[in-house]
Design a protein around this ligand. Sequence first.
Ligand code: ADP
Ligand code: MG
Length: 276
Amino acid sequence: MAEPAIELRNVSFAYSSHSGRNVLDGVSLTIASGEFVGLVGGTGAGKSTLLYTMNGVIPHLVGGRMGGSVRVRGKDTAQHGPSSLAGEAGMLFQDPDSQLFALSVREEVEFGPANLGLKGWERERRTAAALAETGLSALADENPRELSVGQRQKVALASVLAMEPEILLLDEPVSALDWRNGHEIYELLRKLNSRGKTIVVVEHNTEWLAEYAQRIVGIDAGGIAFDGEPETVLSEGKAKKMGLKIPCAVQLSHELGLGFAAATPKKLAELLRGKK
Ligand SMILES: Nc1ncnc2c1ncn2[C@@H]1O[C@H](COP(=O)(O)OP(=O)(O)O)[C@@H](O)[C@H]1O
Ligand SMILES: [Mg+2]
């Protein structure tokens, strides 16, 4: 079997500033190479914390007590921090401003490839490609601080893409974007996934995940509450109990008493046609 993209074994974590309570509690999770996985759960469930363990931000950059082990494409995060794992996994933080510092969008996006030691043509190629893919080419000379929060979110994403990591870890990547821009970002993620990139995205909007994710993992109180295909997990009572919105197509399948659920309107239509 191919090596997993990410393998968590019995992972626990307590922030040093959080009264010693375990925010993650015995999480075991394997994400295969090439999967598109959504992480869902209520506010404070531990989704961001879980994501931080997947490229070594925890335990290397955040203080606390970690138990268990995490392997990223075979590399143990106990030995490898985020910069050592830059080619393996890239992280888009929930707050884009926490990762922006340059005076122009281009410099911001170029920083990663420069840091990888890439020179001249290759650095320019990656920067231009990341700007084009995120629709930022026309804003390359702007100061990120003067852009809207949604645009800054895209700049932060472009700077992750320019590193060309095999795994993308994205914490609510479209939270500040309108529908059209959010749609463009998810289409981009689908394209990257079809080229073999592994995608792990924290997303509270289950409609996006119904449309784009192959697998949804529900996090509750620092543990895994459910794990499966969108149509299954989002139609179970558990999702509702966690306060997640059930996607319209799943809800409609249920209301029609079909005995199966479809994650998207398109799938529902296909399934209904097939039944005739
Ligand atoms: N830097 C931090 N220091 C102390 N506690 C934190 C920190 N970040 C998050 N927490 C706490 O950990 C818990 C889980 O947070 P988080 O992983 O951000 O949840 P989610 O992303 O699901 O909303 C919350 O109770 C939160 O208050
Ligand atoms: Mg979060």
